[in-house]
Ligand binder design. Sequence first.
Ligand code: ADP
Length: 775
Amino acid sequence: MCEAADCFSLPPVPDMCLSLCQHQGPAVEKDAFSLDSTNAEIRSTGGEAKPTQRSYSIPPAAKYGALVGSMTNQISAIHLTRQGQPASTSDFFPSLSSPSPTRESLLEETPPPPGPEHAAQAGVEEEELADELACSDDDSSSITGTSSGGCITLPSCLPVITGRRSLLPMTVTIEEPMSLEPGDSQEEQPALVPSLFPRIPPTLYFSTANEKVELLPAEQRRLLKWKMSTVTPNIVKQTIGRSHFRVTKKSHDWLGCWGHHMKSPGFKALGEHQKLNHFPGTFQIGRKDRLWRNLSKMQVRFGKQEFSFFPQTFVLPQDIKLLRKAWEEGGAKQKWIIKPPASARGIGIQVIHKWSQMPRKRPLLVQKYLDKPYLISGNKFDLRLYVYVTSYNPLRVYMFSDGLVRFASCKYSSSMKTLSNKFMHLTNYSVNKKNSEYQTNSDYKACQGHKWALKALWQYLGSKGVNTTLIWEKIKDIVIKTIIASEPYVNSLMKLHVRTPYSCHELFGFDILLDENLKPWILEVNISPSLHSNTGLDVSIKGQMIKDLLNLAGFRIPSREDVVTPCSSASSSTSSLCAGNGERPKVDLSADEKVKRAFYLKQGEANRDLMHTVLDVLTPEEIRVLAESEDELNRRGEFERVFPSPSSSRYLRFFECPRYLNILLDEWEQKYWNNRAKCISLLRPLCQQGVHLGTSDPAHMWCKYSSSSRFEHNRQDVVSPSRARVVVSHQLWSQRNSSIDEDHQQCLDHQQCLGPASPTACCPSSRPNSDDLIS
Ligand code: ADP
C-alpha cells in the first residue's frame, strides 16, 4: 500500500513544464483571482483550516463524534436526501417471445438498467438533488461545495456518528470536509495543467477538498459551464464546483455533463467542446445478458484458456435447452443464481438448486453459482473496481488503484438450506444494509465493518502471505478483455453518431468475486457506478477517484466562438488558453496517412520486425495522438494505465477489427515505457514546429520518406507501399461512394486475407453489418 505522503503528490511533471507555460499567458495573474461571489450560494459550510491530506482527509472513525459536534471548527456538509422511488425495470425487459438478439438489435441502444447506481441515484440513499441547481438569472449558478467563499448555510439537523457504528440514518449524505476560510493553509493550485508539449492547450485542474483551485480570469471563467443531470453525483458536483464551474440550462454552452446513458443518436447533439461521461454502445457490457453474450463470443473465438473468468451463463428463454442439458449434467448438488437481465442492487436475484424453482414467465439470466468464495472471517465479499476509458480508438484504459470491498453481513454456509438467505449469498450494500447486523466502516485504512477499501484488503491478504500483485494482474487481464469485447460496438457507433472522440469518456464499475483459490471472476460491469458517499470511506476513495478522473479526462477551455456558435468552422481569435480553431489539428487524415495505415494493417501481427518501423516516420496525426497519450498519462494521478502498457501487445489479437492507432501506441509503449523523458523530448520539437497541426514537410510524409529500398528485406508476403497505395486508392474510391470507415474497411480486407479458417477471423454474426460501416 502506498504511503500517504507519496500518494499525495501531483502527477509528475517534467522540469521543463513545471512553470505555467505560455498557454496561460499574462492572464493568469494573482490579481485576477478576486472572488466573484455574485451568484455564490454555498450550502455547506466550513470552519477550521485543516490542512487535510488529499483523499485521506477523513478523520478516523473514532474522532467522528467530536468532529461533527464541533461545528464551529469543522466543516462536514451533511444533507438529508430526498426519498425517491427506484425506476421501474419493467420497461427494459425484452419480450419473452422475442428471438435471439440480432446484430442490429444489439447495436440499437437500450437504456441502461436502473442499476444500483441509477435507481439509487434517483432516490432513497443516493445523491441529493438540490434545488439551488436551478439556474439563476444569468443562466448559470454556482455548484454546491465550492471552496471559494460566499454565503453559508448550516445544516440544522445533524446525525450522531460514533466511532465504530454509525447511527447515521440511511438517507444522510456525508460530503467532503473542506476548509473555506480565506487565507487558510489550503494549498492553492493553478487552474490549468499545462501540456507537456508546446502548442497544445492546457487542461482544467480538478482538486479534492483539501486544495483550492485558483480562479481563472473572468473571460475564461465565464466559459466554465456544466450541465446538471438528475443523476449527477454530489461528489462530481463538489469537484467541479471547486474548479469554479457553474450550472447552465443551455444545450450548447456547457463543457461537461455527468448524466444518464442515452440512445446512440443522442450523441449527435454533442458539440466538439463538450464531454459526456458515456460512450455509445457500452451497454454491450453494461447489461448482464449482453455481457455474457459478448464474453461467450470471445470464448468461442479464443478458447477457454483465455476466457475462463466468467461463470457459465444462460439467457432465457433463448438458451433454455442448453440450460436443461447443463443442469442435468451438473447433478443435483449444483447451485445456480438467477438474475433479471437488466436489473441491479440484488433486485430479483435468487440462489436456487431445483429446476422447479426456476421462474418461467420472464426473461432471466441463469448462472452457475460460485459456491466456494474466498471468505474473510467466514464472510463472502466482492470487489468494486473503477475502470476508466478515455478513448476507444486508440483504446486507452485506466484502473484506479483503490476500490471497495463489500461483505455479506451473515457468515457463509454452503448448505442448501441457507440459499434463500440474501445476507449470506449476496454482497450488495443495498441488500445488506437492511440487516441489523450490518456494520459501517468510516476508516479507509481499517479492516472492519462490512465495507473495506481495496487497499486495506491487499494489506490484509499480504499479511497472510498472499501474492496480491498476481491477483491484481489477473483482474487487469479480465478488465482489458472485457473492454475489448465492447470495442467493435462502441467504435461503430462512435463513427455513426459522435463528431469528435473528445466528447466521450466513461467510468465503469467492475464487480469481481474471488473464489477459494483467489481466482477472480467477473460478476458484472456497471456503466454508471454508484458514486454515492455516505461514509468517510466512500468519500476518501470516490473523491480521489473523481478528482483524478476529471484531470485525466482533460477538459479544455473552448474558444468563445465554439461555444456561441457550436458548429461554426470560422477561424477564431482565440486566446492561447483555449483550444480554439487556431491550434486545432485538422481531423481528416491525409492520403499519405491512409496509405501508411493500410500498409501496416495489411502486415498482420506476425511481422513484428516490420511493425517496429511504424515509428520511423511519424505523420502529423500520429504526433497528435502520441502527444495526447503522453499528456494523459502524465495526468493519471492514482489511476494506472492498463492498456496500452508494456505488456499489452498480447491483447491486440483479441480485437475483432485491428486498429492502426492501437498498433502505433503499442509500438510506442514497447520502445519508451521505461524512458518517458526520451519520448517526450522527441515529440516536443515536433509540436513546437506545429507538425501535429498539419504539415506538408516531406519528412513527415510516409510515402515520400519510405523508398522501396527500406523494404528490400521484406518477405514476399509483405505488402509493399505501392501495393498498399493501390489498396488505399480502392478504399478511397469506396469511401467516396459509401463513406466506409477505413478501419472497418481494412478490417474486412484483413479478414478476407486471413480467410475463414483463420483462428482470428471474425465470426460473421459478430461482425458489424454493412449498415454499421456507413458513416
Ligand atoms: P446486481 O446487479 O443486482 O448487483 P450481481 O450480478 O452483481 O447483480 O449480483 C449480486 C450479488 O450476487 C453479487 O454482488 C454477488 O455477491 C452475488 N453473485 C452474483 N453472481 C454470482 C455468482 N455467479 N456466484 C456467486 N455469487 C454471485
